[in-house]
Ligand binder design. Structure first.
Ligand SMILES: [Zn+2]
Length: 298
């Protein structure tokens, strides 16, 4: 299997907390690889945690922080998609928080969780250590359609987007604060992650992803919490939409001209790194080309 996330992996650290709205904090991903932005959203009687961190020891830090923050309020947990740094700590929350996710995400975990655990363990000793003792957790509550979670005086909406970064992505929105947690549908300062690993995993859809970005932009959120990287405004959504559309156009134009996928990947990587000299992880460009090349209408 190819390398997955490239930056130096790090541990979750409960530092630099960002209060993005009243009673709504984000434990930031900083620049550490394999650390997601983690949300803690409070209401009068309950608190929702978004993302677990990777493996039991990271998740224990998240749970400890959230339990202290909640001060006796009931805890809920959700994850934006099944990938290890987002969801492979859920077991720690058993009996402490009600874990709820969309059905497609649970299906992803059941179908691919063990394979991802294996792949990530192969990324290096440090990652393997973080993943020691991981058991793939079963959600307490599975929903179809949308789920409105009442935290007490604050409604939070959980919503599957349809196939994009994974088959089972969901976004979490806090309407009273104009906040959206996008998971890996959006990253700040890096090329979009296409987990395109044929023949093992070909679920990512560049075309689905573009359609999702248009829908999210139409909702005009004020604050966007990406999967990784700095929190921002709606421009983060527009940047991803523009990048994905350019990736599609650059790939398809060359495919129409009869170029091979490999030749296209090389050229498009050069074009895109020139357009975004400050973005990291350019190796995801080739994987994006692979996905979109395959999605080209024959
Ligand atoms: Zn992901």
């Amino acid at each position: 299997m190819p390398d997955y996330h490239q930056p130096q992996p790090g541990a979750v650290q409960i530092t630099g907390l960002k209060e993005v709205a009243p009673d709504l904090v984000v434990v930031p991903s900083r620049d550490a690889g394999l650390v997601p932005n983690i949300g803690v959203i409070g209401g009068a009687h309950s608190v929702l945690i978004v993302e677990t961190g990777m493996g039991p020891s990271n998740a224990e830090k998240v749970l400890k922080f959230a339990a202290g923050y909640a001060k006796g309020r009931r805890l809920y947990l959700t994850t934006t998609h099944f990938h290890p740094e987002h969801a492979f700590g859920a077991q720690v929350f058993a009996g402490q928080a009600t874990y709820l996710v969309n059905r497609a995400q649970a299906d992803d975990l059941a179908a691919k969780g063990a394979g991802y655990l294996e792949m990530f363990r192969g990324l290096g000793e440090w990652v393997a250590r973080q993943l020691e003792g991981v058991e793939l957790a079963s959600p307490d509550l599975l929903y179809d359609g949308l789920y409105d979670l009442d935290l007490g005086g604050r409604m939070v909406q959980l919503r599957p987007t349809g196939r994009a970064h994974t088959k089972g992505d969901q976004v979490v929105t806090v309407p009273d604060a104009g906040v959206i947690f996008t998971g890996d549908l959006v990253e700040t300062g890096q090329f979009s992650i296409f987990p395109w690993f044929p023949p093992h995993d070909t679920d990512v859809s560049g075309l689905g992803w573009i359609a999702v970005m248009h829908r999210l932009i139409d909702e005009s959120p004020l604050i966007v919490v990406p999967g990784h990287g700095d929190i921002g405004g709606p421009q983060l959504l527009a940047d991803v939409r523009d990048y994905l559309e350019q990736l599609r156009e650059e790939t398809w134009r060359r495919r129409d001209a009869g170029m091979s996928e490999q030749a296209i990947a090389g050229q498009v990587r050069a074009v895109m790194t020139q357009r975004h000299p400050d973005w990291v992880q350019p190796e995801w460009i080739e994987r994006g080309v692979g996905a979109l090349y395959t999605e080209h209408a024959a």
